[in-house]
Design a protein around this ligand. Structure first.
Ligand SMILES: *[C@@H]1O[C@H](CO)[C@@H](O)[C@H](O)[C@H]1NC(C)=O
Ligand SMILES: *[C@@H]1O[C@H](CO)[C@@H](O)[C@H](O)[C@H]1NC(C)=O
Ligand SMILES: *[C@@H]1O[C@H](CO)[C@@H](O)[C@H](O)[C@H]1NC(C)=O
Ligand SMILES: *[C@@H]1O[C@H](CO)[C@@H](O)[C@H](O)[C@H]1NC(C)=O
Ligand SMILES: *[C@@H]1O[C@H](CO)[C@@H](O)[C@H](O)[C@H]1NC(C)=O
Length: 416
């Protein structure tokens, strides 16, 4: 498998042609598209929700003297989640004279359970706290259609975006998209794209250290804010879907297991990266390795973002050649939720040529047979305890040059 410690360094070096193509795309995506403006109605709803929340927060604070969470905390957190600005006088939370609320239903639950605007200025700690909230009441007071959250962890633009657009077309209401880029990158797409406005507040990521795992947690936490998201898939800019949306949706929402690759590698590339200082809370027998590209169920996602105790051990003791993104989730699930994990990944990748990093496929490699071999895998795997050849729903790594041939054969071979 990916048994090479120089992997990360090499990953940073895209081959030259691919890099140029990416740069061209970045320039294109950064130019010429309109900036997003929130629709007035949505803004009004957000503003009105504030009055309600401020009221609730006041109640909470006054009813508990021991509470260390101040009104400011609530206001800040909810304002940020709703995208409002507490310093703005027009905001009706701070200007009770505002009459925007009269004509619309301020308590519409929809705005709390399905936040539409992703921008906020929460710190990671505030975000995680907010995202870890779990309702105590069993069931939902609204019709909850489980959605799949597609979480793209990218450096910059998504070169294969048109393929994903085609994949998502016609399935509104069954998926949510989240994009985490490098800090400062403006992910600008046309307003009619399903990717429009789907960039989450992103921070600097250094591939190979804990900031990569931090970014995964940040993406997951942002996606958890939407209460209808039930399954969470992590993808990169070089990933493609190999099945149509409906197949993937059914596969994920009906699975008893999450798909996080997790295995015990006794070599220096696995157990060799374990640090004895993690004892006794993480033992070498519990230590696991697996691909970064996970798929996880909502409840497990909440467990993972909420864990600081074990994560801190990785932050302290997992440094190159130990990579937290290859060990943390795999190990954590193995310790606490092993029966809920399939222990395999859904994202196919080619390590067959050996070497430090997997094969990047280019235009010439894209044929019907090639994609078919990924779709119906020669080695079977288990799905809900039954044997199947449908083991991979996604694949990597695909260069930007594969876009055209992939679009050409997607309807015939991949069903979309
Ligand atoms: C609330 O705010 C105070 C001061 O701004 C801060 O010290 C405290 O950590 C915050 N609490 C939470 C739960 O965010
Ligand atoms: C391990 O867990 C124990 C008990 O929960 C705790 O007291 C200790 O600080 C932990 N050790 C480390 C290194 O985190
Ligand atoms: C995944 O592996 C763990 C051991 O690491 C095991 O307990 C669990 O049953 C496995 N999951 C499945 C679905 O076989
Ligand atoms: C992919 O295409 C390149 C360029 O034509 C070729 O060198 C390489 O062998 C191909 N790889 C595979 C796995 O077919
Ligand atoms: C698209 O497919 C058609 C027919 O299958 C083929 O003639 C054409 O060369 C393909 N174009 C690309 C860019 O692959």
């Amino acid at each position: 498998m990916n048994n090479n410690s120089h992997k990360r360094k090499k990953m940073l070096r895209n081959n030259k042609a691919e890099k140029e193509e990416l740069e061209k795309l970045t320039a294109q995506q950064n130019n010429g598209y309109l900036k997003k403006y929130a629709p007035t109605n949505l803004l009004r709803l957000a503003v009105c929700l504030m009055v309600f929340i401020a009221g609730v927060a006041t109640g909470l604070v006054s009813s508990s003297q021991r509470s260390t969470i101040s009104l400011e905390n609530y206001t800040k957190i909810y304002t940020a989640v709703r995208g409002g600005d507490p310093t703005n006088d027009n905001n009706c939370a701070f200007n009770k004279q505002n009459s925007n609320c009269e004509n619309i239903n301020c308590l519409r639950l929809d705005n709390v359970v399905h936040p539409k605007k992703l921008s906020h200025d929460l710190s990671d700690q505030e975000l995680v706290w907010r995202a870890s909230l779990v309702p105590k009441v069993v069931g939902y007071p609204f019709k909850r259609v489980p959605k799949v959250a597609f979480m793209f962890l990218t450096r910059g633009p998504l070169p294969l975006l048109p393929l994903w657009e085609k994949y998502f077309a016609g399935h509104d209401g069954f998926f949510s998209i989240y994009v985490h880029t490098q800090a400062g990158f403006v992910f600008d797409v046309p307003p009619d794209s399903v990717f429009f406005g789907r960039q989450v507040p992103s921070k600097e990521v250094s591939w190979g250290d804990v900031s990569l795992a931090d970014a995964e947690k940040r993406l997951l936490a942002n996606a958890l804010l939407d209460f209808s998201n039930e399954r969470f898939v992590l993808l990169s800019e070089s990933c493609i879907p190999v099945y149509d949306f409906q197949t993937v949706y059914k596969y994920l929402t009906k699975s008893a297991h999450s798909f996080v690759e997790s295995y015990d590698d006794t070599s220096r590339f696995g157990r060799g990266r374990y640090d004895r200082h993690m004892r006794p809370n993480i033992t070498v027998e519990q230590w696991r390795k697996g691909a970064q590209w996970f798929e996880i169920r909502r409840d497990l996602g909440i467990e993972i973002i909420s864990d600081y105790k074990y994560y801190d051990l990785f932050r302290k003791y997992c440094h190159p050649p130990c990579f937290p993104d290859e060990h943390y989730i795999a190990t954590y699930l193995n310790i606490f939720h092993a029966p809920l994990n399939s222990n395999r990944t859904l994202t196919w990748v080619d390590w067959s040529l050996g070497g430090p990093h997997p094969t990047t496929f280019v235009r010439e490699n894209i044929t019907e047979g090639f994609i078919q071999n990924i779709r119906n895998y020669k080695k079977k795997c288990l799905y809900n305890f039954k044997s199947t050849t449908v083991c991979y729903l996604f694949a990597r790594k695909f260069a930007p040059s594969t876009l055209e041939p992939l679009l050409n054969l997607s309807s015939k071979v991949m069903g979309f």
